[in-house]
Ligand binder design. Structure first.
Ligand code: ADP
Ligand code: MG
Length: 278
């Protein structure tokens, strides 16, 4: 069990109980039990790493409600997940904006669909969209279409579009893998700043240990398929402190954390799930 709930705690943000997913005879994830505590006024940032094909995307898809478990239960704030909802935003590696809508229209899209439920007037929606466009560094690009933007700018649109819905949970599946290194570093810092401002719980898959340690307050490491979470590394991970990635990476504590995570990652090839590295 990853992250045991305290008995007096509020309902967990995410909870998986005995979750198994099979595709035909193939077991993608097996008996996952985890609990992500609710931390109002903070959120939580969890990085997820693991070998390719071990079920990381499957876990995020279950939480997003895009997929159902073969057995077991996935709950979000105590409710069994039955499908997607606006309390959960998802950002993929491939840019998922609407090609026929401008930046402003893309950021406003979800709010327009859910406008009544969210209690937002047309002006409220536009104000919120413009504020997020500014916060994600897209000012001046409001009228452009996705194909007129760089890869990094398109991911900014995806982030702004997701945050406009004020999701309780933001799920990110290798969001920066397609970006060049300088853009990737810029986006990592941007996501930290937005996370601290908006305070959602973030689950972010990455294949970079450095990125996992920079972004996450803790790092989950998956085993090979059938996937389970072998490690939840917390104590070794330094606080983010709003430092830009390159500065954070210079600190001895950061380097030590990268070493601890890398060693645990290397060990999972040999070990059985259920260990606990500190
Ligand atoms: P990861 O994101 O860790 O690379 P995934 O969660 O995407 O892994 O997939 C886990 C395993 O399940 C992989 O072996 C993949 O091929 C398989 N898989 C994922 N989705 C499907 C599907 N719809 N049908 C059949 N097999 C699938
Ligand atoms: Mg994946």
């Amino acid at each position: 069990m990853i992250g045991l709930p305290r008995s007096d705690a509020a309902l967990p943000v995410v909870e998986c109980r005995g979750v198994t997913v099979k595709f035909g005879d193939f077991t993608a994830i097996h008996d996952i039990n985890l609990c992500v505590e609710d931390k109002p006024g903070h959120g939580e940032f969890i990085s997820i790493i693991g070998p390719s094909g071990c079920g990381k995307s499957t876990l995020l898809n279950l939480i997003a409600g895009f997929q159902k478990p073969t057995s077991g239960e996935v709950r979000v704030k105590g409710e069994v997940v039955r499908g997607p909802g606006r309390d959960r935003g998802m950002i993929f590696q491939e840019y998922s904006s609407f090609p026929h809508l401008t930046v402003l229209q893309n950021v406003m899209f979800g709010m327009k669909i859910n406008g009544r439920k969210m209690g937002l007037s047309g002006k409220d929606r536009e104000d919120r969209a413009r504020e997020l466009i500014q916060a994600t560094g897209l000012e001046g690009h409001e009228r452009k279409y996705p194909n007129q933007l760089s890869g990094g700018q398109r991911q900014r649109v995806a982030i702004a579009r997701s945050l406009a819905m004020e999701p309780r949970i933001l799920l990110m599946d290798e969001p920066f893998s397609a970006l060049d290194e300088p853009t990737r570093l810029e986006m990592q810092h941007l996501v930290i700043k937005l996370w601290k401002r908006v305070q959602p719980t973030i689950l972010c898959i990455t294949h970079s240990v450095t990125e996992a340690v920079y972004l996450g307050e803790h790092v989950w490491i998956f085993t090979q398929a059938p996937g389970q979470i072998a490690y939840d590394i917390r104590e070794s991970i330094p606080p983010n402190d709003d430092l830009p990635p390159l500065d954070a990476q210079e600190r001895p504590q950061f380097k030590e954390a990268v070493r601890v995570v890398t060693e645990a990652f290397l060990r999972i090839g040999e070990s059985k799930p259920g260990g606990s590295a500190k």
